[in-house]
Unconditional design. Structure first.
Length: 115
């Protein structure tokens, strides 16, 4: 009977720990969900100020696009990557005009994400 009562005490203690963890997670959820509305406007205004500059300054390079497409191809989307290249006017990436890189990457991002 000694082991059974010891096991029962351990189970009770485990339940208390679980309840404590649930309480902590609920408290953290409450803190973060109430803090988000306050932080979001400042993030949005800061993001709006920062977004136009990088997009105007930094253009995608062939190497960056090639890295993303290679990852997609390794993930099993080789045929879809080939179709995207054709959709954007070429049979190989090096033949695609740099102005098409952004649109090509946008199309490639969808691969594997559409359930």
């Amino acid at each position: 009977m000694g082991k059974v009562s010891e096991l029962s005490m351990l189970v009770d203690e485990l339940k208390k720990c679980g309840e404590t963890l649930i309480g902590i997670s609920e408290e953290l959820t409450g803190l973060f969900s109430s803090a988000e509305p306050e932080k979001q406007p400042s993030k949005k205004s800061a993001a709006k100020k920062k977004e136009p500059e990088p997009s105007a300054e930094k253009e995608l390079t062939l190497e960056e696009v090639r890295a993303v497409l290679a990852d997609k191809s390794r993930a099993g989307f080789t045929e879809q990557v080939k179709e995207l290249l054709k959709k954007h006017g070429a049979d190989k990436l090096s033949a695609i005009h740099p102005a098409e890189y952004k649109a090509l990457l946008a199309d490639a991002e969808v691969l594997g994400n559409a359930g």
